[in-house]
Design a protein. Structure first.
Length: 187
């Protein structure tokens, strides 16, 4: 069965990220949740982004690569917001990735070092009015790929899938989990 690697957002490996991983585990999947911030969590998105900037985005991405290096077999990567950076980087460089799910974050098309592999399916979930503005880059990324889906949810909360944060949207997260489980079943 496909193994899932869930890469957290800029506020770190929060209880809400773990809760999302548990929802996928409850459907029978093995879910790995590496801590790209080595234990640090942040109350605000701005503080988490500042930490990632100080650590170095390249270092955060390298920690994601290291986290999957020992895993064999079929992988699906799920990147939430900042977690999209290592998820997309791994997808274009590592064999054995069959799918990627991006939530509230997208690396723009031209920023990837390599083209998107044709055998890696993509699912993107974003908010219509996200203040961090990843809707247009998401549309561009999906438009250029054959096996890609874009789901746009009403609202502006970023990220919206972490039940430990005030930006959590239960209804949107429930729909997202359904869609992710369908994606996992197909890939």
């Amino acid at each position: 069965m496909t193994e899932v690697v869930l890469l957290h957002h800029a506020q770190g490996l929060t209880a809400g990220v773990r809760s999302l991983a548990d929802r996928i585990r409850d459907a029978g999947y093995t879910v790995h949740v590496p801590d790209l911030f080595e234990g640090a969590t942040f109350d605000t998105l701005a503080d988490g982004v500042a930490f990632a900037r100080q650590t170095g985005f390249e270092e955060v991405a390298a920690r994601g690569v290291e986290a999957v290096s020992a895993l064999d077999g079929d992988l699906v990567l799920v990147g939430i917001s900042l977690g999209a950076v290592p998820a997309e980087g791994i997808a274009v460089t590592r064999p054995g990735v069959s799918g990627v799910v991006l939530v509230s974050g997208v690396v723009p098309v031209g920023a990837l070092d390599q083209p998107w592999p044709p055998d890696v399916a993509l699912q993107v979930h974003t908010r219509a009015d996200d203040p961090d503005g990843d809707l247009e880059p998401a549309r561009e990324l999906v438009a250029g790929l054959e096996a890609a889906e874009l789901f746009v949810y009403e609202g502006e909360a970023h990220p919206f899938v972490d039940d430990s944060l005030p930006t959590y949207d239960e209804a949107a997260t429930g729909l997202l989990v359904e869609r992710v489980l369908e994606f996992l079943a197909d890939h």
